[in-house]
Design a protein around this ligand. Sequence first.
Ligand SMILES: [Zn+2]
Length: 233
Amino acid sequence: MARKESNVLRRKSAPLNGFVSQVRLARSLQTVSCVVVGERELKRAEGPLAHEKQDEAFISIAVAKRRFDAQLGQRLLAFARHKRRPVARVVAELGLVETTDAAQIARLARYRVARAEDKVYAEVAARAGVIDRREAAAVLVRQRDLYADGRGFIRLAALLRSDKRITPETDRMLRSRVRAFEKAPKKECVRETCRALLLVTDEVCPTCGAHAPIPVANPSGSEWRLSEMSSVG
Ligand SMILES: [Zn+2]
């Protein structure tokens, strides 16, 4: 007990404290990455926008956790972009958030972004007839449960591939459709209980079967709801 306390004191009074914590953060940001089968390959496919999305998610989570307000959050985001550095590191270095806290928020942000991407992937796979909607929703549930059990965040494509439900070729085809889906204009299902995200060109909601008439406002950003995939949390 006594030794523990003196360790804490020594750590607190160390002259290189700032540097040490920077290194620690850098390390924790590297090691907490949710890694899996084919992750490197998937990383390559993520594209340059993944990092920006993660930074935005980081700020939105930190604001929700009341680490700072939304206005400061936006300024931090702009500052980090200007400096071309991860916002998690910038925030920790400014002392706004403890390093371990920053690492945890960064991990949540990565999860949120990857999970949102995989919901789009599931939607696209269902639309392509590669898997049916019920199966797509079930795989998303399994992904969430594995993560909750501490088994890591396993990308949907990796789960489907290990189940032999898709081949690498199908995966490539789905990825290009995901990109097209993300670019295409969207509308929301008009049914209150559904609110699935549809393409403007959809005449019927694939989830609930509701007629999908006039395009409404284009919902932006990462808070999309994707048919039943969205209820999976
Ligand atoms: Zn619907």
